[in-house]
Write a protein that binds this ligand. Structure first.
Ligand code: ADP
Length: 480
C-alpha cells in the first residue's frame, strides 16, 4: 500500500487527527492507496464551534483583506499544481491533463471571487413617506456547511469555499468519501496563507453523521450541496426543520441537438469532448444526442471515428479516458446498455468493460457509441454518468422541446445551428438552467452554473454565486 502524505482534519486552523480511518481507493487499480480520518459528530461540532467563533471577525474584515487570503490560496494551488493534480488523478481516476486543468481552473475561480467579494452592492429606495429613508444592505449568511461530490474533487472545493469566504461567511467543508485527499491537500494550501483560525474547517468521514450534525445545529445557517438528486432531496427536507438556507446542484439529463445547418465537424468534436470528459461523470455532461434525420448518418460516423481514437487507461499515462469511480458505476452503465440493446439499440463501438493486464482491476469501460436509440430506453431517461453516447434521430424542434419539458431534470442543454432565429427560439424554450450554443463548454467563473426542476436550486459562479452566501437586510430610517 502506498502511504502518501499525512491526512488529517482541519479544525480551528489546526490539524486534527482521529483514530478511526476510512480507506481511499485508486479506481484505476481497485487498490487501497491511503486512509483518511473518519470524522463524525464530535469533530463536526468542534468545527462548527470554530467557524462560529471566527464568523464575526471574518465578516468584519474588509473585502480587500479577505481577498488577500484567497489570492494567496490561488497562488499556492498554482505553485503546487503538479502535486495536487497527481493526487487528484490517483483517487479520482481522470487523466492527468484534466486534473491539471481542474487545479488551474480552481485557482482562476478563487481569484475571480477574491475580486468579486469587493463588489457587494445594496440599494437605496425612495421612502413611502416624506421622512422615510430606505436602504438595503447585504450581509454574509453566517456559518455554512459545504458538501461536495467526487467527480471534480478540486473544482468543487474551490467553487464553494471561495464565494463563501469572499462573502464573509465561515465554512465547514465535507468532501466526498471517495476523493477526500484532494480536499485535504487544498486545505493545506489554504491554511498556509495564514487564514484566521476557524474561518475554514474540513471534516472527512461519515457523510450522514456529519450532515446530520450540521443540520441540527442552529448556528449553521446555510448548506450548499452538490451531488445526487436523491441525497439533495433528503437534505432539502432536513433544511425545512430550521428553515436553513440551502443551495443544491444535482443531477442532469442534458441533451445536445444537432440541426442540419450546423457545422457538423465542430459539433462532433464538441460533443465527444464533453461526453467523454471525466469518463462521462459530469453533471452537465451530455446524456443524449439528438441528431436531425438529415445529418444523423454523417454525424454518427464522425462521432464514432473520434471515439475510436480515444485511449483508455491509467490517468497518469498519456490517455484521454480513465476509469469510472467504482464497481457500482460500472454495473449501472451495463444495466442501462442492456436495457437499450433489448429495446433495439445498436452498439457501434465499445459497449463493454475493459479487462486486461494493463488495466489491472480498475473500473474501466470502453468508450461507447449507441445508435437507433429511442425515448423508451432507460439510457435516455436516467443520468448515465459513464462513457456512453446514445444517438437518436429527430425531425422537428418540438420533439426535443417536449423531451426537456417532460424531463424531471433541467441542468443543461446544448445545440448546434447557424440559424440565428433558431438560436433564440430554442434557447428561450429549452427547459434548462444553462444553454450552450455551438459549444459544450459552460463552466467559467463569471457565469451562473446551475439548474432548474430536480437539477437543483441556486447558482454557482458569477455575482449570482456570491448572492447565495449573502442575506438582504432592509433598513428603514424615519427622520424627525
Ligand atoms: P454521488 O452520487 O455524486 O456520490 P452523493 O449525493 O451520494 O453523490 O454524494 C455527494 C456528497 O454528499 C458526498 O460528499 C457525500 O458524502 C455526501 N452525502 C451523501 N449522503 C449524505 C447525507 N445523508 N448527508 C450529508 N451528506 C451526504
Amino acid at each position: 500500500m502506498q502511504q502518501t502524505t499525512m491526512n488529517y482534519l482541519w479544525i480551528n486552523g489546526e490539524k486534527f487527527d482521529v483514530p478511526e480511518t476510512i480507506d481511499v481507493i485508486n479506481p484505476a487499480t481497485g487498490q487501497v492507496i491511503d486512509q483518511v480520518p473518519n470524522g463524525g459528530e464530535k469533530e463536526t461540532k468542534l468545527a462548527i464551534d470554530a467557524a462560529y467563533r471566527a464568523f464575526k471577525p471574518w465578516a468584519k474584515l474588509s473585502p480587500n483583506r479577505r481577498a488577500s487570503y484567497l489570492l494567496a490560496w490561488a497562488d499556492n494551488l498554482l505553485e503546487n499544481r503538479e502535486k495536487l493534480a497527481r493526487l487528484l488523478t490517483e483517487e479520482q481516476g481522470k487523466p492527468l491533463t484534466e486534473s491539471l486543468d481542474e487545479i488551474e481552473g480552481s485557482a482562476q475561480f478563487i481569484k475571480w471571487y477574491a475580486e468579486e467579494g469587493k463588489r457587494v452592492y445594496g440599494d437605496v429606495i425612495a421612502g413611502a413617506s416624506e421622512n422615510q429613508r430606505i436602504s438595503v444592505i447585504k450581509q454574509p449568511v453566517g456559518v455554512c456547511g459545504l458538501i461536495t461530490p467526487w467527480n471534480f474533487p478540486g473544482a468543487m472545493v474551490a467553487r464553494k469555499v471561495a464565494p463563501a469566504l469572499a462573502a464573509g461567511c465561515t465554512v465547514i467543508l465535507k468532501p466526498a468519501a471517495e476523493t477526500p485527499r484532494t480536499a485535504i491537500a487544498m486545505f493545506e494550501q489554504l491554511m498556509k496563507t495564514g487564514l484566521p483560525d476557524g474561518a475554514a474547517n474540513l471534516v472527512t468521514g461519515r457523510a450522514s453523521v456529519i450532515g446530520d450534525t450540521m443540520f441540527r445545529d442552529q448556528r449553521v445557517r446555510k448548506i450548499s450541496f452538490k451531488g445526487s438528486t436523491q441525497v439533495g432531496k433528503q437534505l432539502m427536507k432536513r433544511a425545512a426543520d430550521q428553515v436553513k438556507r440551502i443551495s443544491l446542484e444535482l443531477g442532469g439529463n442534458a441533451p445536445v441537438i444537432v440541426f442540419p445547418d450546423a457545422n457538423i465537424d465542430l459539433a462532433a468534436e464538441a460533443i465527444v469532448g464533453n461526453k467523454f470528459e471525466n469518463c462521462g461523470q459530469m453533471c452537465n455532461g451530455i446524456n443524449i444526442i439528438f441528431a436531425h434525420e438529415e445529418i444523423r448518418e454523417v454525424l454518427t460516423e464522425k462521432i464514432a471515428a473520434l471515439v475510436n481514437r480515444l485511449k483508455v487507461g491509467i490517468g497518469t499515462d498519456n490517455v484521454q479516458l480513465g476509469p469510472l469511480i467504482n464497481e457500482s458505476s460500472l454495473n449501472n452503465v451495463e444495466r442501462l446498455l442492456r436495457d437499450a440493446k433489448e429495446k433495439g439499440a445498436r452498439v457501434l463501438t465499445g459497449g463493454k468493460r475493459i479487462k486486461s493486464a494493463a488495466h489491472m482491476n480498475g473500473y474501466f469501460f470502453a468508450p461507447t457509441v449507441v445508435s437507433d436509440v429511442t425515448l423508451d430506453m432507460k439510457l435516455t431517461q436516467e443520468e448515465i454518468f459513464g462513457p456512453v453516447a446514445p444517438i437518436l434521430s429527430f425531425r422537428e424542434e418540438q420533439e426535443v422541446l417536449e423531451f426537456t419539458e417532460n424531463s424531471p431534470y433541467g441542468l443543461a442543454a446544448y445545440f448546434f445551428t447557424r440559424d440565428v432565429n433558431r438560436v433564440y427560439r430554442m434557447a428561450e424554450q429549452l427547459d434548462a438552467g444553462m444553454i450552450g450554443i455551438n459549444s459544450t463548454q459552460l463552466s467559467v467563473p463569471q457565469a451562473p452554473f446551475g439548474g432548474i426542476k430536480e437539477s437543483g436550486m441556486g447558482r454557482e459562479g458569477g455575482h449570482y454565486g456570491l448572492e447565495e452566501f449573502l442575506e438582504l437586510k432592509y433598513i428603514s430610517l424615519t427622520l424627525e
